[in-house]
Every structure is written in structure tokens, then in C-alpha cells.
Design a protein around this ligand. Structure first.
Ligand code: SF4
Length: 301
């Protein structure tokens, strides 16, 4: 296969995978929604869950996105330094987003800053967003896809705290955002919390936290304990699915972190909505692929 043929193959698979993730929620999110419904006894909340499952069935049957807001497309790339198409990957993902936008179709959401026009393709200056990590001595490539909706992006916040604010300060930011804008994000929510030394590292961690499986916990016991505390605290507010009340308001709370400066605690929070459209696909050097998020996706289809 020539390089051009390989580029075309990878573009086609990624466009197909992006479209698939717009229509079908990831397996872990579906399982969590089933568990939340089974544990719920509030009549309004139960009817909302039933509507969500009907929505999922109709999206699959009709081949249409699970929400009209198909978001801005973002990628987390964990690419081996010896992956054959590493140098072409930015162009491939750009073209895959254009193709998925036309073929799925996805709603065009990318608006150019200052010039204020919709590009019509979900691409543009800095779009799609690519968050790279190069893996030494590897010839495979893992790609997380994420469709960042407007409503679930709205409550996001990042700031730098004084050390005296402590981890209680981080918790306060999360709970303030949940109680002020959480409804706009279509709960139950996946809450991604980033803690680091500066604002941009915390913000990136909060987004990466959203890519972790629902139901997973940070391997650090203290971080995992904070995840559970925040989850219990948010559920105790009683927001419920779509804000109509209920025993659960979150799919989970995921915390990711890196070191902080002695004089600062950077904190950020990002949110995923009930249609948390995250996908993960891994390519080997022959461009054969597997996904651990969507059991119904066939690579190369
Ligand atoms: S928050 Fe999520 S479910 Fe609600 S409108 Fe936005 S993308 Fe759709």
C-alpha cells in the first residue's frame, strides 16, 4: 500500500469511527445509565432515563446522532514514534472530521474567532483540537475521540488557588460550578477534575480525566477518596437526570493530576453530559484497529 492509500484508509476509518461515536454512546456510559436507572425510584427521574434509552434506540435505528449538538471534535493522540503515518496524522484527522461532518452528518459548530462565521466543516483555526503524547519505541497509535458539546463545555472552569485554599478549595470550585451551571450540561454528568501547578496543566488534566472509563478510579488512594467524596456530595444535592430531581446526578467523578508549585494549586473542572461521546481506537502499524469503547464498531467497515 502506498502512503497515499494508507492515508485514505486511516481517514476513512477515523471518519467512520467519529460518526459511530456520535450515534452510539460508549459501552461504559450505557452500562452506568442502566445502573443509575435501576437504583432510581423518583418517578420523574425514571421517565427521563426511559426517554434517554428511547433516544439511544432511535439514534441507532435511524443512524442519527444521539444529540443534535455533535460538539467540537477533539482528539487525544498517544502515538508511537515509529507509527508509519505519524507525520501525516494531523492532516488525516482534519480530513476525517470534514468527512464525518458531511457523511454522518455532524452539526457544524466551529465558529472562527473575531471573523464570527461558521466554517461549516467543524474544522478551522486550531480545529480539530489535538492533544499529543508521543510514545517512544512504539509503532502503534491510540486515539481518543471526544465530541465536546456546548452545554457540557459551558460549566468548565480553571483557576489557580493559594496553597491555603487546600483541596477543600478545589472541591468548592467543582460544587460551585455544578450548582450554578450543572443543569445546562444535561445531567447525569461525568465530572473531570484536574489538579496541578498552573492553569493550563490543570485544564488539560480535567479534560483527560473525562477520557478515563466511567467507574474507574485514580490509582492514588487519596485522589480516589476525593473522587468518591465529590460524587457523594454532588449526588446529595439532588439535581437528578436533566435537573428534575433524583438520587443520582453524576456518571462519576474522575481526577487527574500532576505536581503543583509550592505556592499554588491549579484547579480545573470539565464536564461530560449524559451523551458522553468518547471513543478510543488503537491502530497497529498495518492500520488494523481495535476499540475498547464501542463493541459494535467494526474497523475497516
Ligand atoms: S449537554 Fe450534551 S446532551 Fe445536552 S445538548 Fe449538549 S451535547 Fe446534547
Amino acid at each position: 500500500m502506498t502512503t497515499e492509500e494508507k492515508k485514505e484508509k486511516l481517514t476513512d476509518i477515523m471518519a467512520s469511527f467519529i460518526g459511530h461515536t456520535a450515534i452510539h454512546l460508549p459501552d461504559d456510559v450505557v452500562s452506568k445509565l442502566e445502573a443509575l436507572r435501576a437504583a432510581e425510584d423518583d418517578p420523574a427521574a425514571l421517565s427521563i432515563y426511559d426517554m434517554m434509552f428511547k433516544n439511544m434506540r432511535l439514534a441507532a435505528d435511524l443512524g442519527r446522532p444521539s444529540c443534535q449538538d455533535t460538539g467540537l471534535v477533539q482528539f487525544r493522540i498517544e502515538c508511537g514514534s515509529r507509527f508509519p503515518l505519524i507525520h501525516q496524522l494531523s492532516e488525516i484527522l482534519h480530513d476525517a472530521v470534514m468527512k464525518a461532518t458531511a457523511e454522518t452528518p455532524l452539526r457544524p459548530n466551529a465558529v472562527e474567532i473575531f471573523d464570527e462565521y461558521n466554517t461549516g466543516s467543524n474544522t478551522g483555526t486550531g480545529a480539530p483540537a489535538l492533544f499529543w503524547d508521543i510514545i517512544p519505541d512504539s509503532d502503534s497509535c491510540g486515539i481518543y475521540t471526544y465530541l465536546a458539546g456546548g452545554g457540557c463545555s459551558l460549566p468548565g472552569q480553571a483557576m489557580v488557588l493559594m496553597p491555603g485554599d487546600g483541596y477543600e478549595g478545589a472541591a468548592r470550585i467543582v460544587l460551585d460550578r455544578i450548582t450554578s451551571y450543572g443543569l445546562n450540561a444535561c445531567p447525569p454528568l461525568l465530572v473531570g477534575v484536574g489538579i496541578a501547578g498552573s492553569i493550563e496543566t490543570a485544564a488539560l488534566h480535567s479534560k483527560l480525566a473525562l477520557l478515563r472509563p466511567v467507574g474507574s478510579h485514580n490509582p492514588n488512594e487519596k485522589a480516589a477518596a476525593m473522587e468518591r467524596l465529590l460524587e457523594d456530595s454532588i449526588n446529595a444535592i439532588g439535581i437528578g437526570p436533566q435537573g428534575l430531581g433524583g438520587s443520582s446526578s453524576v456518571l462519576g467523578v474522575n481526577i487527574e493530576y500532576s505536581v503543583r508549585h509550592t505556592a499554588t494549586i491549579g484547579v480545573a473542572v470539565s464536564f461530560g453530559c449524559w451523551t458522553h461521546r468518547r471513543g478510543h481506537i488503537v491502530f497497529d502499524s498495518n492500520l488494523d484497529c481495535t476499540t475498547d469503547t464501542h463493541h459494535g464498531f467494526t474497523c475497516g467497515r
